[in-house]
Every structure is written in structure tokens, then in C-alpha cells.
Design a protein around this ligand. Sequence first.
Ligand code: HEM
Ligand code: HEM
Length: 266
Amino acid sequence: MNITHSFQSQLIFGFTFLKNEDIISLIHPALAVAFVFPLIGIVTNFAWQTRQRRLAVAGGGKSKIPPIVGREHVQIGRWLTGSVVGVTLVALAYSVVFGFNGFIDKQEKGNLDNFQVIFVALMFVATIASLVLLYRAKPKLWRAIFATLSGMGLVILGSQDGVWRLSKEWYWSHYYLGIAVSLLMIFSLAIVEDIYKDRANRWRYVHIILNCFALLLFIGQGITGSRDLLEVPLSWQKPAIYKCNFNKQVCRVNNSDIFQDIPKIG
Ligand code: HEM
Ligand code: HEM
């Protein structure tokens, strides 16, 4: 009997037993894996070539790398900023609505504050608007203002109820690393003009150091995101899973009567 049970729970179910809420929770990881990480690869490849070319030319030599690589790096880099901030906003939107103590939880408990819902919705609009304006801004002051506003938007949205922050273990928190890397992308977008104008290359070096760190954070996002996908239960399984004893790492599996009605699957 036990073997039958474990076989049943080992089967792969496709999308059959995912509720709408679970499918929506997949949007963020799917976008990150299918769009953001490929862009990171392209941007990094162009970054490497840009550097190799610049060093070769600065050393008085010639380079086989075409001069266009710098522009290509920035062009895809601009897409990267938008998509990283985009996936972060998608994740935060999911969490404030469906997360623990998020809008739906509060509505069920009857303590959902309409003002908070409107405030959060407006913060999403303001953050996206600030990012769009940052893309268009040319003068240094406006770039600084819109970069600060869009960054603040992310931080304020991230501090809402429902968002799982893992604050005690911030160094491997998917949330903190994600917000940090989003802010670094916003900063990169804001200083593009400065990198080009600065003959002493100071902004260029600031950019290289910060974004090599960003690369490490992106790898961290791949690891912590996969870990979280593994740990977050399906919506309808939560009541059972959260009754497990996490310290002893055991669950109540011996109440065999609840399995009796399960039809044969597969
Ligand atoms: C993973 C992310 C990124 C990494 C690792 C990275 C790294 C680099 C590196 C190594 C260079 C070449 C520096 C040199 O000449 O020695 C560079 C140049 C540059 N990067 Fe990035 N970068 C990233 C993302 C971005 C983003 C998102 C933007 C802007 C939206 C951006 C804008 C620029 C600009 C304007 C240059 C100068 C290009 C040129 O000389 O023509 N980068 N980056
Ligand atoms: C560029 C890469 C990524 C960024 C910037 C990013 C950012 C974020 C942020 C800010 C949150 C909100 C935290 C919360 O509400 O609890 C989040 C949640 C989440 N992300 Fe990502 N993420 C990235 C990649 C990934 C990947 C590759 C996966 C999985 C394969 C993933 C899986 C998740 C999951 C399961 C959650 C909800 C649970 C949690 O709180 O950790 N993410 N992400």
C-alpha cells in the first residue's frame, strides 16, 4: 500500500493540479529563465569584446573585433535593465496579491485596506513611469531624479506585506539580491552618457566593478530562485505542508485513510 502511495506522489502531473494562482506564480521564473538570463549572456559577451577591443586599441594595436560591439552592448544592456526591473515588478505584484498576508489573505480575514490597494497600484504605475522617463532623460539631473524614483519605487513595493524577504538571512535572500541587482541595472542605465563623456574613464571603471558584482548577483538569483521554487508548496498543498515539523524534518504521512479515495492516476 505504501509503495502505491509513493508511486502516486512521484508521478509527474503536468499542469493538471496547478490552480490559477500557481500558474501565475510561474510567470516570473519563466520570464527570468527564458528572457532575462539569455540577455545577460549576450550583454556579457559584448561587454567582454568591448573591453578587449578598447584595450587593444589603447595599446596602439589593431583589433579584429568590430567597433560596433560597444554600441551593441549598450543597446542590449538597455533591454536588460527594462527586463530585470520588469521581472522584479511581476514577482512583487504576485507577492503583494497572493503572498502570505497579501491582499487575498487580508480580504479573507476581512482586514483589507482599500487605501493600501490603491497606494500599491499607484506605486506600480509611478515606478514604471519613472523608468520610462529615465530611458528618455538626457540631462544629468533628470537622470539622477528618475533613477532615484524608480529605485525608490522598487524598495517601497518590496517592503509591502506579502513579500517574502528572508531578512534574517539577507545574504542569500532571493528578495534582497533581486532588488540589489535591479538597482544596479537602473544605475547602469542612468550613467550611460557619463561613461561616454568621461575621458578619464572613472565612470567606466565604476560601471565595470559594479556590474561584475551584478553578474555574481545574477548567478545568486539563479540559485536562490530555483531553491525557492523547490520550497514554496502549491497553493492547495500549503495547509498540509506547513503542518510539517521543519526542525525535525518530518510530516504526518501515516494517516493512510485520506489516501483511500484517490483514483488511479497516470
Ligand atoms: C551584466 C551586466 C553588465 C556587465 C557585466 C557590463 C560590463 C561592461 C564592460 C566590461 C564594459 C567595457 C568596459 C571597457 O571598455 O573596458 C562595459 C561598457 C559599457 N557598458 Fe556595460 N555591463 C553590463 C550592463 C550594462 C547595462 C545594463 C548598460 C546600460 C544600459 C551598460 C552600459 C555600458 C556602456 C555605455 C559602456 C561603454 C560602451 C562603449 O565603450 O562603447 N552596461 N560594460
Ligand atoms: C534576474 C533574475 C531575477 C530577479 C531580479 C528576481 C527577483 C525576484 C524578486 C524581487 C522577488 C520577490 C520576492 C518575494 O516576493 O518574495 C522574486 C520572487 C521569486 N522568484 Fe525571482 N528573480 C529572478 C530570477 C528567478 C529565477 C531564475 C527563479 C526560478 C527559477 C525565480 C523564482 C522566484 C520565486 C519562486 C519567487 C517567489 C518566492 C520567493 O519569495 O522567493 N526568480 N524574484
